[in-house]
Design a binder for this molecule. Structure first.
Ligand SMILES: *[C@@H]1O[C@H](CO)[C@@H](O)[C@H](O)[C@H]1NC(C)=O
Ligand SMILES: *[C@@H]1O[C@H](CO)[C@@H](O)[C@H](O)[C@H]1NC(C)=O
Ligand SMILES: *[C@@H]1O[C@H](CO)[C@@H](O)[C@H](O)[C@H]1NC(C)=O
Length: 453
């Protein structure tokens, strides 16, 4: 079966997006990045993980799902989920601060699927033995780190929105969420969603609040919807630069985008968010994951129904990447050395974490337990079969020492083994409380506070 036609071109654009993100990171970040700029442009082969490293992302991901020990809903007589609000008896969470699509996120929007409980919430991830000392997810310690070391800025598509919702539960009741969708039902996906310290949390009085930190106004977590890493104008310009031959006929200008809806921002918009100053913000970690919208239904101009895709083509992709990379690095260096970046009074260590993107599972409605081994696709829905390849491109780009503050985390395997953990209406989104998204949170938190410390 053919890959989506001219997926190669889409991949190149994806890479262009990532490179722009990286270059903007250098442009907009403060002192800690700048001093490292020159050495980072001339790689010395330094490794990403520090000497205190105890659980690499690979070791974390190389584990298995085991039944939770002493899981009450399986041992007590009342094991059926009867009402949506009872879901917290099953998933081990205390509640959730965010209220957008509350039941959908928790997997309790379809009564006929209530029988997925307690099965769906009865598994826990056990990393490989070589993963030692991974931090146990604990909301008080997590809140403390978000306040004291810097918050999380989560960028991505609806899967990252899943992550935001799950964070609002992991951090409950110590956070409050905005916007309130009960009061503002006519939401727009472009709205920022935030978690702030809940002033009535008993934790507040025990925290060392940074100077100018505002309990009311400084978010601990923000989600922004960014499907493509670049905005439409930037992607069109990038494509035009790469393929000027397609734009020579003014009567029939090439249309890169179809009518399909998407939401995206320019790095010129979101990188300044990352480096914003108190009291507006104080983020330490940008978490990004995209690929779900890198499709030839959205980038309709790249669609070619007739031709089969040359699925190989790795060599030209890599060659093009290397050229791009050098070009971008030169541009960044020139801009950085010539320009003045914002100075930071309160020095926060900032970094970017690229979380491996996640495809869905075919036939997930007939899957009721984790897999021990991932199973290849049969029907090739959407761009799912090629997401691994796109992740590979990100990984390869970030694997050298060239970008010491941008880290690729290949931690997709636990989710790939959970075909049973999807939302009730589709086979891509993940239900909060099944351990899948909570695992991303746990590992990323561990990684930025321990592996990178
Ligand atoms: C089972 O019933 C007990 C007592 O009514 C209750 O405390 C517990 O939360 C229930 N467990 C579940 C999974 O519903
Ligand atoms: C959202 O607004 C509704 C209606 O005013 C209110 O009942 C609810 O408590 C609010 N939710 C949160 C999480 O503040
Ligand atoms: C705190 O705010 C004051 C007044 O806006 C400003 O002068 C100072 O630099 C800020 N300090 C930090 C650490 O943000």
């Amino acid at each position: 079966m053919a890959a989506p036609p001219r997926a190669l071109v889409a991949k190149l654009i994806a890479v262009g997006g990532l490179l722009s993100l990286i270059s903007f990171l250098y442009l907009y970040s403060g002192v800690p990045f700048r001093s490292r700029l020159l050495s980072s442009l001339f790689p010395s082969g330094a490794s990403h993980s520090g000497p205190g490293s105890t659980c690499t992302p690979e070791a974390w991901a190389d584990g298995r799902w085991n039944p939770k020990a002493n899981y009450a809903p399986l041992t007590s007589p009342n094991t059926t989920l009867r009402a949506p609000e009872d879901v917290f008896d099953f998933n081990g969470l205390q509640g959730c601060a965010a209220d957008r699509e509350f039941k959908w996120h928790l997997g309790v929007d379809h009564e006929e699927q209530f029988d997925r409980f307690p099965g769906m919430t009865s598994w826990e991830w056990t990393p490989a033995k070589s993963c030692k000392g991974v931090r146990q997810l604990e909301s008080e310690a997590f809140v403390r780190d978000l306040v004291e070391q810097g918050g999380w800025l989560v960028l991505g598509d609806s899967i990252s929105e899943n992550h935001f919702f799950s964070l609002s539960c992991t951090l409950f009741p110590h956070v409050r969420a905005t916007p309130n969708y009960t009061e503002n039902p006519y939401f727009d996906r472009a709205w920022p969603q935030n978690l702030y310290l809940n002033p009535s949390s008993p934790l507040v009085s025990t925290l060392k609040l940074p100077l100018n930190f505002s309990v009311e106004h400084t978010p601990l977590v923000t989600f922004r919807r960014v499907d493509l890493l670049l905005n439409r104008d930037e992607l069109e310009a990038l494509h035009r630069r790469k393929h000027p031959e397609l734009y020579t006929d003014p009567e029939h200008p090439f249309q890169l985008f179809s009518e399909e809806q998407f939401w995206s921002l320019s790095p010129a918009e979101y990188m300044p968010l990352l480096t914003g100053q108190l009291p507006a913000s104080r983020y330490g970690t940008l978490i990004v994951a995209t690929a779900g919208h890198w499709t030839t239904t959205l980038l309709g101009g790249l669609r070619n129904e007739a031709a089969g895709e040359d699925a190989g083509g790795q060599t030209p992709v890599q060659r093009a990447l290397e050229v791009d990379q050098r070009e971008q690095a030169r541009r960044v260096m020139a801009a950085r050395l010539g320009g003045r970046g914002p100075e930071t009074v309160d020095v926060v260590k900032r970094r970017v974490v690229v979380r491996a993107y996640l495809p869905g599972h075919e036939d997930c409605r007939n899957q009721h337990a984790p897999w021990q081994q991932w199973k290849p696709y049969q029907w090739k829905w959407y761009n799912w079969p090629w997401i691994g390849e796109m992740n590979g491109i990100f990984q390869k780009l970030l694997s050298g020492a060239a970008y010491p503050d941008v880290h690729y985390l290949p931690i997709d395997r636990p989710a790939l083994l959970r075909p049973d953990a999807h939302a009730s209406g589709d086979c891509l989104h993940i239900v909060t409380g099944t351990g899948v998204i909570e695992g991303w949170t746990q590992y990323i938190w561990h990684y930025v506070t321990r592996e990178l410390a």
